[in-house]
Write a protein that binds this ligand. Structure first.
Ligand SMILES: [Zn+2]
Length: 285
């Protein structure tokens, strides 16, 4: 069971297995004053909030891309990282914790810390490097750089450790892997994620914020509310199609061979292919 968990945790990394991490570029753009989106290797988002108090980082990317992440950060702002918030436990969001969070206070949901401790590599069993020192269950507020940020746990969706970070003044919400912008999402059914929860959380996001809100997800470009709505509507349509095929007596292989999701081919171009999405939907039904 434990081995299976480890393999699944590494799954997002396999999408880049052929690539050289050390040369993976980090793109950067300022989404709102002081709110920077860093994009590692065209695949993984990190958000940095800079200002008078220093840097607040949301997620830390892969362990193997920490150096270029920190180099990019230094070019944006010389001040130290004061806080590092993890949106959830996965290695493409927490892998850089030990370095990026070295002199910072690391904050995460209670379950994120529990998973990180349970899944530490054998050689790191006695080390607390990069582990969250502040955890919460429902929500917390944080004053930083003249703004009050709201950190909120949403019910089990992508995993059961997901939090979102709202910047009310900037009208930006960092939603972690509740957004795979333009792609089929990964739903970690082995770590508390649920299909229904994922959809209801994204619907909660579209219902809570406004037309000017910018949503930064863990993967893909930043989205407006209209784009987020369109994305979840398409995913919902694919679920309906898969379930209809299932109710007509088709098994997983038959559904995959029938190319029912061909219209949304680009959705499968990241790391959850159409076939994996079909498996997720069938497993989550
Ligand atoms: Zn994830």
């Amino acid at each position: 069971m434990k081995i299976r968990f480890v393999l699944l945790l590494l799954a997002p990394v396999f999408a880049f297995a052929q690539r050289d991490y050390s040369s993976m570029p980090v793109a950067h753009n300022e989404i709102a004053p002081g709110v920077h989106r860093l994009y590692i290797g065209q695949g993984v988002s990190v958000t940095a909030f800079t200002g008078q108090d220093g840097i607040l980082l949301i997620d830390a990317g892969y362990e193997q891309t920490t150096r270029q992440l920190m180099d990019t950060l230094k070019r944006i702002d010389q001040r130290p990282v004061t806080y590092l918030i993890n949106t959830h436990l996965h290695g493409d969001h927490t892998g850089g914790n030990a370095v990026a969070g070295n002199n910072a206070t690391v904050i995460a949901h209670t379950n994120t810390k529990a998973y990180l401790m349970a899944e530490r590599k054998p050689e790191n069993q006695s080390s607390s490097a990069g582990l969250p020192s502040i955890t919460f269950d429902n929500e917390m507020r944080l004053q930083f750089n003249g703004q009050e940020l709201l950190l909120k746990h949403l019910p089990a969706g992508h995993t059961n450790s997901d939090i979102i970070v709202h910047f009310p003044e900037s009208n930006v919400v960092v939603v972690g892997d509740l957004l795979f912008a333009g792609y089929f999402p990964f739903i970690d059914l082995n770590r508390g994620g649920t299909l229904e929860g994922y959809f209801s959380n994204v619907r909660h996001l579209t219902g809570t914020y406004n037309d000017q809100t910018i949503f930064i997800g863990g993967h893909g470009p930043a989205f407006s509310r209209a784009q987020l709505s369109e994305w979840i509507d398409i995913l919902s349509e694919t679920v309906t199609i898969i379930r209809r095929a299932q109710s007509e007596g088709m098994n997983a292989d038959e559904i995959k061979k029938a190319n029912l999701l061909q219209k949304w081919e680009s959705f499968g171009s990241f790391f959850i292919t159409a076939d994996r999405w079909i498996d997720t939907v069938l497993a989550g039904s």
